[in-house]
Design a protein around this ligand. Structure first.
Ligand code: FAD
Length: 391
């Protein structure tokens, strides 16, 4: 049993904060708590991704926007991450006939950034590790914990178990959170989970003659009403294309020729850019992945445990705000810590009070944009074009 006294640096005045989950939000959160001087112990079920050959994640790249940047700035990471991202100033709408039309995200000069998920996660883990009061523990899967004592049980891949105690447990263990399981057993905990009928599949668009195959500073969208494809640029001059489609449509396509036929019908301009052979092969490499939306409340138990990131609010990815909202959770919690003098018994309920409505709003907006992006973007643009053509 590990206790406070055995934490790095020996006996400490400061309380022990256990961050469970070393994904994007957990790694950033570790920095926030370390900056406040807590003894931070991060527990992650995976091996250290900085040493791993293959890093499995939920998507290869993602869009970082203002609220996410604000949180990175708070721990001195904004510049570094922004310098490794690719600005996307507008959506680039691909119509069926191959015509491309930009729709800006905001005013001139405003943009979102395409960032590499694995790299961002690695950078955040490295940043957390630079604090002497932080210890990263990999290959530790949370199995169970007690809301009464704060005692957690972790298992390792060799089957061994370890018990750890902490003053505060921060559940950042993602959409299928093991920390959240204890919440579900309590009275007056609201919880809902919805799988949408769509799945997603990632395909790579390689560079052509060493250059991006399409204009790089855009988030490319092929809206086709019931489904769509998007593409975000990567630093190695590839694009990651993500096809969103109902599972039943994915399942209808069973041969390489059918893949090409399907692309010919809906995304003809993308075929030469992805490549016929690659398309035929990569479509069958991995099955389409599911997308879930999770809402719950409250986000805390007493003064012992709090949920943040996808563990508190997994959202569908169509608003590009899942990680950004999770990063904002960290900054909001930090502000409340300041306000309530780090008194967990006051901070945690206030965090729930302030944060639940905003995170639920993000979840609703994401669900709305699920339709907006694949269908409305089409029709509005269509009407707008018609309007311009008529002028
Ligand atoms: P996760 O990234 O899921 O990390 C959870 C971590 O906890 C993992 O490392 C996991 O290994 C670990 N863990 C799990 N269980 C345990 C356990 N029992 N014990 C210990 N550790 C455990 N968001 C955006 O802001 N912009 C985008 O453009 C965007 N695009 C997306 C595209 C797709 C296709 C998808 C699926 C999501 C997208 N998101 C986007 C959402 C974003 O991926 C999530 O919101 C973000 O990953 C949440 O981070 P997290 O740290 O809370 O959870």
């Amino acid at each position: 049993l590990k206790t406070m006294e055995e934490s790095p640096g020996g006996p400490s005045q400061k309380k022990v904060v256990a961050v469970v989950g070393g994904g994007l939000v957990g790694a950033l959160n570790a920095c926030f708590f370390a900056k406040r001087g807590f003894d931070v112990e991060l527990f992650e079920t995976r091996e250290d991704i900085r040493q791993a050959k293959i890093v499995r994640g939920r998507s290869i790249n993602l869009a970082l926007s203002h609220r996410g940047r604000q949180a990175l700035k708070h721990v001195g990471m904004e510049e570094k991450i922004v310098s490794q991202g690719i600005p996307m100033h507008a959506r680039m709408i691909h119509s069926l006939n191959g015509k491309q039309s930009p729709i800006p995200y905001g005013k001139k000069g405003q943009y979102i950034l395409s960032v590499d998920r694995a790299n961002l996660n690695k950078e955040l883990l490295t940043a957390a590790e630079t604090y002497p009061n932080t210890k990263l523990n990999f290959d530790r899967k949370l199995q169970d914990w007690s809301a009464e004592t704060g005692l957690m049980t972790f298992v390792r891949s060799d089957g061994s178990e370890e018990q750890v105690e902490a003053d505060l447990i921060v559940g950042c263990d993602g959409a299928f959170s093991a920390i959240r399981k204890q919440f579900l057993r309590r009275s007056r905990f609201n919880y809902s989970q919805t799988y949408i009928p769509h799945g997603y599949m990632e395909l790579t668009m390689p560079p052509i003659n060493g250059e991006f195959a399409m204009k790089p500073n855009y988030l490319h969208i092929w809206p086709r009403n019931t489904f769509m494809m998007i593409a975000l640029p990567n630093l190695d001059k590839t694009f990651t294309c993500t096809l969103f489609m109902p599972f039943e449509e994915f399942e209808k396509i069973t041969t390489g020729d059918e893949v090409i036929e399907f692309f010919q019908k809906y995304f003809p301009d993308a075929i030469p850019l992805i490549g016929v052979d690659a398309l035929k092969r990569d479509y069958f490499r991995l099955p389409a992945q599911a997308m879930v939306s999770v809402k719950c409340s409250p986000y805390h138990i007493g003064s012992k445990c709090v949920l943040m990131g996808d563990a508190a609010h997994a959202v569908v990815p169509f608003y590009g705000q899942g990680m950004n909202a999770g990063f904002e959770d960290c900054i909001v919690f930090d502000e409340i810590m300041e306000q309530f003098n780090e008194d967990f018994s006051a901070v945690l309920p206030e965090y729930t009070r302030v944060r639940v409505p905003d995170d639920h709003a993000i979840a609703d907006l994401a669900m709305y944009n699920y339709i907006e992006m694949r269908a409305h973007v089409n029709s509005k643009w269509f009407l707008f074009r018609k309007h311009i053509d008529n002028l």
